[in-house]
Design a protein around this ligand. Structure first.
Ligand SMILES: Cc1cc2nc3c(=O)[nH]c(=O)nc-3n(C[C@H](O)[C@H](O)[C@H](O)COP(=O)(O)OP(=O)(O)OC[C@H]3O[C@@H](n4cnc5c(N)ncnc54)[C@H](O)[C@@H]3O)c2cc1C
Length: 401
């Protein structure tokens, strides 16, 4: 018997393979909607899961373990996948403008393209530092550095990390832990992991990690209890904290602060506050002062109801939250439901993100710190095991398809 095929009546286009879109695609796969052509346009076929990224840098997870395969996911969701970089939108004619392929027409659009650390305000930052985003670029530089360290057995290495938010802190702890692992092969060149962890007396000069933070506190958006725990740990681990230091210039191999402090670094990683891409400014979408798309409680653009936005690139006007993967993940389900409701001409449902959330911060040494609201638990192996279990379970759902 011939099966009846429903004609395509509407095009739903998703831009960016971010966390919310990954969840939404999974749900479209489980609960498809007839008559809709679903298309994902994203610039890479693998998308990193932010929760496992520091663990990948620390050497706990392989590339495959912490990346979502978007080809597999779009196959499951019966969606088209276009690997390309979006460079603009023609909202009047409802078209997406890509770097390499012809324009893509849509009836309904959803944007989940993340953010990148802002480098444009500091001379030399874009040229001489490695941005934490795009993640593929960060990982390429990081694994090249690890290889080089192993190959050439450098006697001394100095790493600068600019930005003391959760990302910068996790990056510093994870990088240090992995470099000490590598150093096990070269015990005379680096202080060993055991030496640092047990005696708290890292050998200075062999591996120096400098963390520059404009604020006088690390992780300023978090409760003081976690700020104190993280600071104590970093001091114990021998990470050189430069708090209240505003980086004003970067020269090759040199970080220069407003105070005059100048530190020589072999590699400089840039993990400062998130910024939005320039092309968004030309689209006509209403944005906040920093260029992020303003959305209402139903995740729709304030200016264009047929455009949804989630994750770092969106700012919920009534419920602003920090730019973190955990919020992008949580928005996945309400996004899916409201996209379906919009297509079915049903009333949309408002979504309120959580005020308080559990944050498990990996310390790179097989332990994690837990924090929620005013409660903070110090680094412990059990907390890492808990985080590992949560993250692996999250990733498992994308492998079933
Ligand atoms: C070092 C580091 C560690 C972090 N650790 C954590 C953590 O442990 N927990 C946590 O909650 N958050 C963490 N974060 C923050 C987290 O990475 C972000 O908040 C999160 O990735 C945002 O998710 P998203 O869905 O908005 O976008 P993303 O995950 O950034 O995904 C965006 C996607 O869109 C694609 N894309 C971007 N631009 C375009 C374009 N123009 N055209 C087509 N495709 C495009 C990208 O390739 C990517 O696949 C960390 C950040 C850093 C830098």
């Amino acid at each position: 018997m011939q099966q009846s095929i429903q004609p395509i009546t509407k095009d739903l286009v998703l831009i960016g393979g971010g966390h919310s879109h990954a969840i939404a695609l999974l749900m479209f796969g489980m609960k498809p909607l007839g008559g809709i052509r679903l298309t994902l346009i994203t610039d890479r076929v693998d998308t990193p899961y932010s929760g496992m990224l520091p663990g990948h840098i620390a050497g706990f997870y392989s590339y495959e373990e912490c990346h979502i395969d978007l080809l597999r996911l779009t196959n499951f969701a019966k969606a088209q996948l276009y690997i390309d970089r979006v460079i603009g939108l023609d909202l009047e004619n409802k078209k997406v403008i890509c770097a390499n392929r012809p324009e893509v027409a849509f009836d309904l659009l959803s944007i989940d393209i993340g953010s990148t650390p802002a480098t444009i305000f500091v001379p030399g930052a874009a040229k001489y530092t490695i941005g934490a985003k795009p993640v593929s670029n960060l990982l390429q530089h990081w694994f090249q550095l690890l290889e080089k360290v192993a190959e050439y057995q450098q006697e001394a290495l100095s790493i600068g990390i600019v930005g003391g938010g959760a990302g910068g802190v996790e990056l510093a702890l994870s990088m240090q832990a992995h470099l000490y692992q590598v150093s096990k092969m070269y015990p005379l060149k680096f202080s060993s992991k055991r030496e640092v962890m047990d005696n708290n007396t890292p050998k200075q000069g062999a591996l120096d990690i400098h963390l520059f933070q404009r604020d006088t506190q690390l992780m300023p958006n978090h409760h003081w209890s976690v700020q104190r725990t993280v600071k104590q740990l970093m001091i114990k681990r021998g990470i050189q904290l430069h708090l209240g230091e505003s980086v004003c210039k970067v020269e090759p191999g040199k970080v220069i602060c407003k105070s005059g402090l100048t530190v020589e670094c072999d590699r400089i990683f840039w993990v400062t506050q998130a910024s939005a891409p320039e092309w968004l400014k030309t689209t006509g979408l209403t944005t906040d002062d920093q260029g992020f798309i303003l959305v209402n409680d139903t995740l729709q653009s304030l200016s264009h109801e047929y455009v949804f936005a989630t994750g770092d690139i969106a700012t919920m006007v009534n419920h602003p939250r920090p730019k973190a993967g955990v919020f992008a993940v949580r928005q996945g389900k309400p996004l899916f439901e409201n996209l379906q409701r919009f297509l079915l001409d049903k009333p949309l449902k408002p979504y309120t993100p959580q005020q308080q959330y559990l944050s498990l911060i990996g310390t790179g040494d097989g332990r994690a710190i837990a924090t929620r609201g005013c409660l903070t638990l110090p680094p412990h192996q059990l907390l890492w095991q808990w985080k590992d279990w949560i993250d692996r379970r999250f990733m498992e759902q994308f492998r079933r398809g």
